[in-house]
Design a binder for this molecule. Structure first.
Ligand code: C2O
Ligand code: CU
Length: 469
């Protein structure tokens, strides 16, 4: 007989819930996990049959300590709003790494940026992260070291922050969207091409959701299913559409939308999340298809299949998600900060063991970030704690940049290109020639990185940081 400790049991409950297949109604994990030891997250290298044909060598993955899972994709982590979340990173890669908790407002020294907020976590070392997430919703975690390689080879997973007041769904599926760059022999090829890094970024060759090609999930017929979508790819911007079911957008970048909108087509760029409430078709066996309609021929992202007899639920009956704090900006007293996103003259970046790509193509306010070095450049700006700022972001390049701020949320105020919704977010896709004003309250002390989430852009200069004191 196998002995399963209570702790292991609790951990496996958390993990099993994470693997979206089947009629998985997420287990409510209660406080038990938070009160125990940290979750152990191992970063490892291994062989995984990503394309379903041959194993790809040198895949980087996260695995929960003590777990033997048949699913190689990064586990979905679960935390609860306002309760302590503790995770121990154990580095079993051949190179340093860290974990950044994207979108979480946390203490600066837990933010996971080498040389800015913490030292490297070297091979064989561990680092304990801990924070109490103040916002509920769909967030994520990924390394911030040699990021193009480490994320490109797989390291990036969904972090769900739960709140008991959220409405109960009949099922939940989390989709971690990403491409891998493989050659014909299913092995990794050069992660980027310099001439693409200087444009849109280099695209992968194998599209996946949860590391599977066009996976299909069974969902209860006539039920309401929460679909949490994460764009974890290093380059790709998606235009998502769901055929065969009624779907509403209920949250963007983790934060509930003030008015739910039907999902006609939603743009989701690297770093962003989209939460959908899907009303599954009534008849058993009916398939619903999530597609990316950005490429000229639509690509299937994932499928859902109705199972069982109809639960006859109604989207209109779905209660509101629990609120997150807004951005309480005092616009009449805001200090303006110009932020010019531009290309820069090509020059070699400084060497760094945290993964320089060897080029500078991009800049913020004309300064190309030199890479993660023990001596980063000066902050873009120094912000006063509690003060409101208006970031006047101007994209003078012909490419879109999903710009991301660590540690604090902002809200879009105006744009010269489109009507903006006053959504609270951590990532905004700045279109070519767009000028957008993002309001933020500098409410979290520390050095907070601000960068494009197309990782080649981030790593070839489009990075900086704000210092809040
Ligand atoms: Cu998800 Cu610094 O980023
Ligand atoms: Cu960019």
């Amino acid at each position: 007989m196998t002995f399963v400790s209570r702790r292991t049991l609790l951990k496996s409950a958390a993990v099993l819930g994470a693997y979206g297949a089947g009629l998985a109604v997420m287990p409510r994990l209660s406080q038990a996990l938070a009160a125990t030891d940290p979750i152990e997250i191992e970063a490892l290298t291994g062989d995984v049959p990503l394309d379903g044909k041959q194993v790809t060598r040198g895949v980087m993955r996260y695995a929960l300590g003590g777990q033997t899972s048949t699913d190689p994709s990064p586990p979905i982590l679960r935390a609860r709003r306002g309760e302590p979340f503790r995770a121990r990173l154990i580095n079993r890669l051949d190179e340093p790494t860290t974990i950044h908790w994207h979108g979480i407002r946390l203490p600066n020294d837990q933010d996971g940026v080498p040389f800015v907020t913490q030292p490297y976590v070297y091979t064989g070392d561990r680092f304990d992260y801990g924070f109490s997430p103040p916002d509920a919703g769909t967030f994520w975690y990924h390394p911030h070291c040699n990021t193009l390689t480490q994320m490109g080879r797989g390291l990036a997973g969904v972090l769900v922050v739960e709140d008991d007041r959220d409405p109960v769904f009949d099922g939940e599926v989390a989709l971690n969207l990403r491409d891998f760059r493989l050659g014909g022999d299913s092995q990794f090829i050069e992660q980027f091409k310099p001439r693409d890094a200087a444009k849109t970024g280099t695209f992968g060759t194998l599209r996946t959701a949860n590391w599977q090609v066009e996976p299909r999930y069974d969902v209860p017929a006539g039920g309401l299913v929460r679909v949490r979508i994460l764009a974890a790819d290093v380059t790709r911007i998606y235009n998502l559409k769901l055929a065969g079911a009624e779907a509403q957008i209920i949250a963007i970048d983790g934060h509930p939308v003030s008015e739910r909108m039907p999902l006609d087509m939603a743009v989701v760029s690297p770093g962003q999340r989209l939460d959908l409430a899907v009303r599954v078709a009534d008849s058993e066996g009916v398939e619903m298809v999530l597609e990316d309609v950005r490429p000229s021929t639509a690509k299937v992202v994932a499928r859902f299949r109705a199972i069982g007899s109809s639960l006859k639920r109604n989207l209109g009956d779905l209660g509101p998600l629990s609120e997150n704090a807004g951005v309480d900006a005092d616009l009449s007293n805001a200090t303006q900060i110009p932020l010019l996103l531009s290309a820069t003259a090509e020059s070699a970046a400084r060497d760094s063991i945290c993964g320089t790509l060897g080029y500078s193509f991009w800049a913020i306010n004309k300064v190309p970030y030199p890479g993660d070095t023990p001596d980063p450049t000066a902050p873009i700006a120094e912000l006063k704690l509690g003060q409101t700022y208006l970031l006047n972001v101007e994209n003078v390049t012909p490419h879109a940049h999903p710009i991301h701020l660590h540690g604090m949320n902002f809200k879009a105020i105006s744009s010269n290109k489109r009507e903006v919704q006053p959504l609270v977010s951590d990532t905004y896709l700045v279109l070519p020639d767009e000028k957008v004003q993002l309001a933020l309250v500098a409410d979290n002390p520390g050095d907070w990185v601000f960068h494009c989430h197309i990782i080649e852009h981030q790593k070839t200069g489009m990075t900086g940081y704000f210092r809040v004191t």
